[in-house]
Design a protein around this ligand. Structure first.
Ligand code: NAD
Ligand code: ZN
Length: 383
């Protein structure tokens, strides 16, 4: 927890709580999720439902973003089967209101509007101590390794709570997690007065278009197979949006890579932001990048693939950055600043808001491609 906008507050607990709550859980080792209504409230280090340990914050969840990760868990692919403990409460992107705090919690109080960093770092490990908590080993992700936030209540360590500025709308605060991925990638690569290619204009790629534009990218190109997402990328500030699929699948094959090279000093873009995880997009992206360029890789390929390091990295003299999560807490401050300055608008990317009970429809909308970012409403507005 690092925001400066909220002064330290008295230690306090308040109100009576229900014994059980609604929660969207992974009830069996197979596809689907189950909405239960009799889940005991989460317990912190006390082990008692609804009772925070000294450093815990009990939050009532109001709105929650549905992520590609949740879709993997819903569909139960190989990654999910190998990682997700059956019985877990899913979900990790949210905005909510603090209802109870532990005795050592000083920076938030009941009634405060909060989100949280979903990657829970151990805190005392080497990487956390040297300021690299976002890549700590033994990281536990909410809704992946431990109970998450698709539930009426969630218990979060105060070290990972983020107080939400009063001028930020609920539904934007609910998707700080992917927005932070976009901000962390753009800011790590450095785009000011540079030519930039974004491969994959999905949820995070579209956010990155807006962020790169706000951060001063001069020539912004996008490669994305889906026409609706290409159109949105243009609306958000891309100069050109190409269909990178092979020609026999209606795309432009490699022609767009040649076009980019000829448009940008005959060399290619300064910066590649890879946000698709697609193997051919990664190779095309490196081809479209100039000698000595910077590639920030966020997209996660579903399996290993052939990639010519000699051509694309060594002889190219490329700087390659692996991007994981968000930097604690620099990325969060950057997100807040971008939003408060009016430099980005996330409304275009949030295509649907659905009641919590309609979670199956949310996943169907993601699977069909009709939904881009979907926000579930659990407990109405926070205020
Ligand atoms: P998304 O599914 O919304 O976006 C992916 C986009 O890539 C889609 O729009 C898809 O049409 C596009 N795409 C598919 N094939 C392509 C091709 N050949 N060329 C260009 N684009 C192509 O997913 P998202 O939530 O925006 O996440 C983007 C990627 O980032 C995913 O791989 C996800 O797993 C990964 N991710 C990484 C981190 C991290 O910390 N590194 C965090 C979150 C997500
Ligand atoms: Zn997410």
């Amino acid at each position: 927890m690092a925001a400066t906008t909220h002064p330290p507050t008295p230690r306090t607990t308040s109100g009576s709580l229900p014994k059980t709550m609604r929660a969207l859980i992974k009830s069996t080792a197979g596809p689907g999720l189950t909405l239960v209504t009799d889940r005991p409230l989460p317990s912190g280090s006390t082990g008692k439902p609804g009772e925070p340990g000294p450093n815990d914050v009990l939050v009532r969840v109001h709105k929650a973003g549905v992520c590609g990760t949740d879709r993997h868990i819903y569909e139960w692919d190989d990654w999910a089967a190998g990682r997700i403990p059956v019985g877990i409460v899913t979900g990790h992107e949210f905005v909510g209101v603090v209802v109870r705090v532990g005795s050592a919690v000083e920076q938030v109080k009941p009634g405060d509007r909060v989100s949280a960093e979903s990657h829970i770092a151990p805190g005392h490990d080497y990487n956390s101590l040297i300021g690299d908590a976002h890549v700590a080993r033994n990281m536990q992700i909410l809704g992946v390794d431990r109970d998450g936030i698709f539930a009426d209540y969630a218990m979060i360590p105060q070290s990972h709570i983020w107080p939400v500025n009063q001028d930020i709308p609920d539904k934007w605060a609910a998707i700080f997690d992917p927005f932070g991925n976009a901000v962390h990638t753009v800011m790590s690569a450095g785009v000011s007065v540079k030519s930039v290619l974004i491969t994959g204009a999905g949820i995070i790629g579209l956010m990155a278009v807006a962020v790169a534009k706000a951060a001063g990218a001069q020539q912004l190109f996008v490669a994305e197979p889906d026409p609706r997402r290409r159109e949105l990328a243009l609306k958000l500030g891309a100069k050109k949006a190409y269909n990178p699929l092979p020609k026999d699948k209606g795309g432009q094959g490699d022609d767009w890579v040649k076009e980019i090279k000829s448009t940008v000093q005959g060399e290619g873009v300064d910066v590649l932001l890879e946000m698709s995880g697609n193997a051919s997009a990664i190779v095309q992206g490196f081809r479209a990048m100039r000698q000595g360029g910077t590639a920030a890789l966020l997209g996660i390929p579903s399996k290993s693939f052939n990639f010519d390091i000699t051509e694309h990295i060594i002889f190219k003299g490329a700087d390659v950055l692996g991007i994981n999560g968000r930097q604690m807490w620099q990325t969060w401050f950057q997100m807040e600043r971008l939003i408060l300055a009016g430099a980005v608008n996330l409304d275009d990317i949030i295509t649907h808001e659905l009641p919590f009970e309609d979670y199956n429809r949310a996943f169907e909308l993601m699977q069909s491609g009709e939904g881009i970012k979907i926000v579930l409403d659990l407990n109405g507005p926070t205020r």
